[in-house]
Design a protein around this ligand. Sequence first.
Ligand code: NAD
Ligand code: UDP
Length: 357
Amino acid sequence: MGAHRAGIRQKLRQGAVFGIAVAHLAVIGSSVTLHHGELVVTLRVLVAGGAGFIGSHLCDYLVAEGNEVVAVDNYITGRAQNVAHLAGHERFTLREHDVTQPFAWRGDAVFHLASPASPEGYLRHPFETLWVNAAGTDVLLDLARESNAKFLFASTSEVYGDPLVHPQTEAYWGNVNPVGVRACYDEGKRFGEALTMEYVRQYDVDARIIRIFNTYGPRNDPGDGRVVPNFIAQALSGQPITIYGDGSQTRSFCYVRDLVRGMAAAMFTPGTQGEVLNLGNPDERSIRDFAATIMRLTGAEAPIVHRPLPADDPKRRRPDITKAQERLGWRPTVSLEEGLGETIAYFRQELGKQTLP
Ligand code: NAD
Ligand code: UDP
């Protein structure tokens, strides 16, 4: 049983909170049932960007926990096939919709993950990226406000830009180029964060912000240009591994299963309204070492080629996750080697399918 359901059950056992919780649930229409002597709450959850890489894993997690999930996506960078295995599930619905346009929904919790996320994705869709983090965030915050629902904004370590403080704590304000090519994403997310905090301050919406650091795993889009899918696909197909720059820049990679646990904890842990939380794995590696790890795990002997470092590519990145550890009791548990093992197995299967006639 996940931490948040345990939390909800525990809460419901406490008399005073029980009355409030059930009254609230009655207003918004969530169901409360008795199962083996325990009260079980089925929360109605909206996942914007639910057909994306992380969104699809979050939908899996929330459905498995007994919740009723509506995923909304316009497929600009996501794929319906990411949630195809949930099609027909009685507690899962997929709706094609652009969240910058208002729509109807009532429920208990809104996860806002809708945004291109890879550098190639947002450089291809700069206006859509700015807009979904501005207008899309506003539409979704409004829905949360109308439903008196919880809200979580999926921000990014990119708000720290090319950081001058290392590792990055939530208190660091960042070093972002506001007019550079990555600004559509970095500044889009920074605007989304500011908007979220105004909904907390002005309307008392129960919202929080998570800053996600590089996350990887099965369903990483093989074509989105990020380093994990690029290196694995290159290694498995015997193509040269493309290191940008000299490979001394660092990233810290979090396995997606760890991340979604952290996202649920950030949403449902009491006392997180208005909080900003880093979620990521502090295991920092240089891109050069990362390439060597992929080659070792795939058994590939592909050559390494160097390509120019993209503009404004951050030199170092590692989350300080002390706050998430203390406030949520969360930390990642999957090692890079273990997570990459599962990801490589997924890519072997996917790339195998592509070469079939
Ligand atoms: P993704 O591109 O796979 O998923 C994003 C989803 O949002 C896609 O399915 C896309 O089609 C959808 N979307 C975009 N604009 C939309 C709109 N206007 N209306 C409806 N749907 C829309 O990316 P991801 O890696 O799963 O990232 C999910 C979220 O997490 C993003 O907000 C991203 O900024 C954030 N994040 C991800 C990482 C990471 O390493 N993957 C790191 C930091 C932050
Ligand atoms: N990178 C690389 N080769 C690739 C793709 C990316 O060397 O084929 C580098 C990129 O320059 C960056 C790091 O890997 O320093 C992570 O890139 P990614 O696009 O995955 O995410 P970012 O953290 O930059 O948003």
